[in-house]
Design a protein around this ligand. Sequence first.
Ligand SMILES: [Mg+2]
Length: 266
Amino acid sequence: MHDLSGKKGFIFDLDGVVYIGKTPIEGARETLAHIREIGGKVRFLTNNAADSRDYHVRKLGSMGICCEINEVITSSQGVAIYLKDRYGTGKCFVIGEEGFVGELRQQGFRVVEGKEGERADFVAVGVDSGFTYEKLTIALRAVKNGARFIAANPDVSRPGEEGLDPAAGAMIAALEAASGVKPEVVIGKPNPMLFEIAVKGMGLRRNQVATVGDRIDTDIVGGNRFNLYTILVLTGITKRGDLRGLKGEERPKLVLDSVADLKGLL
Ligand SMILES: [Mg+2]
């Protein structure tokens, strides 16, 4: 049984739901086209803090899925919005990649490095494939000097092209271990903050929105905490055998083999 009646907005996780790495999930494009045809609103919401929203728009476009930049929400954008809303402006040292730096600059933050980094107001941490001892040193000193430590997303690893790759959570843990300070906030799912940005942006109420994800600990827990209708798909990290013993906020409202199956339910 499902209750998708009255749902007008759909929030999709990307990796494991719409595509896996560079390969689109069969039928994802058709489901998304169908949602638009029936007048539904769409948001793509990813904990991935490395890539820019532009990059995601282009990547989806290359798979035949058209979307606008305001339909993509990333954890790095979430960090920039959080800092802007609470603190207005300041100097930021970033452990993260170009997409992350770009979001902070767009919100008016000055991104600093080296000795200046040690005096930053904020240390923003996401996944960084160029993570070094030097970056960790600057971040450590900045935090010890009183910088606010903000983290993009909690994922400790992610599927890579040749196996598992370390993700933001591993860099966050390194800074936490060195400094003895925990991040003030971890913006990405399961924190409902990105869902809040998405629902607000669509101009809908929570009970009009469903979210589709492949991870229990981020997508489903985060969606349930924000009272969205949560749909788990089995094309990504979670397999049917993992569903036994799920409790409370870990339980999706609906389980589908693939996002392709959503089309027939709308
Ligand atoms: Mg995913």
